[in-house]
Ligand binder design. Structure first.
Ligand SMILES: *[C@@H]1O[C@H](CO)[C@@H](O)[C@H](O)[C@H]1NC(C)=O
Ligand SMILES: *[C@@H]1O[C@H](CO)[C@@H](O)[C@H](O)[C@H]1NC(C)=O
Ligand SMILES: *[C@@H]1O[C@H](CO)[C@@H](O)[C@H](O)[C@H]1NC(C)=O
Ligand SMILES: *[C@@H]1O[C@H](CO)[C@@H](O)[C@H](O)[C@H]1NC(C)=O
Length: 408
């Protein structure tokens, strides 16, 4: 068992947790993010001529994160239903929950504790047939909420939350089969037709996280290592560009191959947090090397410019460029999941003496979003972190919250 929190030099903490989901039109769901650090003037007017880069003291990222959480709550939270609205996709509130918990973990604030407890109380059996926790239609739904419970355990030390995530791991693991594809977890619980990236990334992160929080564990580490080893060789990671596609196509022989569905940002993200947890569990550098090859592919503006816009330096979702352009609620939150997961990797690299290779990218994105994608006077955010701001949704806002918390 290794300590989870990494306090890096100045104000950056390793962030954490992930959640998110994919999109083969059949399934949807997603996760949360982290915040930034406090220095410089309070969040306020950001001169427009400085897009996108400014010295970090120009943005009080901690204040910006809090303002974005408050806007998320004012605009989208339904106290009566204890969920951010719309409540479908459900995973999206799991992601937002993770981010709000992470904000409190990183800042020491307890401002949202009552709200968080109420969400957990109501949502844990919301779609459950049998009273079990965080069950819905697909295994990734459970994965997002289970990772939020890991974060809640980190925040409170209350084993109630750890026990929920233990129960959820057992549930997800029931959907692991050796055939087809030589392993992997199905995402679609009823039909059992699709082994995809997000369900498996969430599972690896959950199992590795449990190992790091349960003394003398061997079971969860073994499962996490087996699942990663399978994932790495499954065909979902494109060997030419190190990016992860949506999932696997299976043939009648049981052999599987990359299904060539889109390279979503959250699929490049959750695995970074999973590998950071595996690194903490084993101290084996190989996990960091694998994670960095994926992260660096996303950040590259030359070899894979589809994910980081070479003109603005901002993370982009292929289908979510300008205002809404066919980008659904699930897809709107993906980038935030990548951002907080990248911060988790950054913390693990730092623990290994590798400095903070990803902090400047996170801050550059946060600065750009704050300057260009934020509604004047509302602290609501639109989908493109290069701007402009036209309107917001729960997915867009939760994504920005994830980014800002990643920068704390
Ligand atoms: C969590 O599970 C452990 C092991 O079964 C048990 O000892 C502990 O009391 C549980 N925690 C709570 C709050 O129920
Ligand atoms: C873990 O293993 C050590 C060494 O065998 C033992 O002293 C300790 O009690 C164990 N802890 C738990 C929680 O089982
Ligand atoms: C893998 O990457 C190469 C190089 O970027 C690209 O040409 C190819 O289409 C990618 N394959 C898939 C399945 O996305
Ligand atoms: C936001 O603006 C875009 C572009 O004008 C529009 O297509 C979309 O419906 C708007 N969304 C909301 C939630 O108002």
């Amino acid at each position: 068992m290794k300590p989870f929190l990494s306090l890096a030099g100045f104000c950056y903490l390793s962030a954490t947790q992930g959640l998110a989901y994919s999109v083969d039109a059949r399934y949807h769901n997603a996760g949360p993010v982290p915040d930034a650090c406090s220095d410089g003037p309070a969040a306020g007017q950001f001169p427009s001529e400085i897009t996108p880069l400014r010295p970090r003291q120009d943005l009080d990222i901690r204040a910006a994160a809090k303002a974005a959480i408050d806007a998320l709550n004012n605009k989208f939270y339904s106290p009566a239903q204890a969920i951010w609205s719309p409540g479908d996709p459900w995973w999206l509130s799991g992601v937002a929950l993770t981010s709000v918990i992470d904000y409190m973990r990183k800042t020491g604030s307890r401002d949202y504790m009552d709200q968080i407890e109420s969400i957990i109380q109501v949502q844990r059996t919301q779609w459950s047939q049998d009273g079990a926790d965080f069950r819905a239609e697909s295994t990734d739904d459970t994965g997002w909420w289970a990772l939020a419970m890991i974060r809640m355990y980190d925040l409170t030390g209350d084993s109630t939350y750890l026990n929920i995530s233990i129960e959820d791991e057992a549930y997800m693991y029931k959907y692991w089969t050796s055939s087809p594809c030589g392993g992997g977890i199905y995402v679609d619980i009823k039909a059992k037709t699709y082994k995809n990236a997000i369900a498996n990334e969430l599972y690896i992160k959950l199992a590795a996280s449990l190992h790091n929080r349960i003394a003398n564990d061997t079971r969860y580490l073994s499962r996490a290592e087996t699942a990663w080893s399978w994932f790495q060789n499954s065909g979902m990671i494109n060997q030419s560009d190190n990016l992860i596609n949506d999932g696997l196509a299976s043939s009648s022989s049981g052999a599987c191959s990359n299904n060539k569905l889109p390279v979503w940002t959250y699929n490049q993200g959750v695995i970074l947090g999973a590998l950071a947890e595996l690194f903490r569990a084993t101290n084996s550098e190989t996990y960091l090397t694998s994670a960095r090859s994926i992260a660096d592919a996303v950040l590259s503006t030359t070899t894979t410019p589809q994910l980081t816009n070479p003109n603005t330096g901002t993370l982009t979702e292929a289908s979510c460029k300008q205002p809404d352009e066919g980008c659904n609620h699930d897809q709107q939150v993906f980038k935030g999941v990548f951002a907080y997961s990248l911060a988790e990797l950054d913390g693990a690299v730092s623990d290994h003496g590798g400095g903070h290779p990803y902090v400047s990218y996170i801050r550059q994105n946060a600065q750009s979003a704050y300057a260009n994608a934020r509604g004047e006077g509302t602290d609501l955010y639109d989908v493109s972190w290069a701007g402009p701001f036209l309107n917001s949704t729960v997915g867009k806002q939760a994504s920005a919250v994830g980014l800002l918390i990643a920068g704390i």
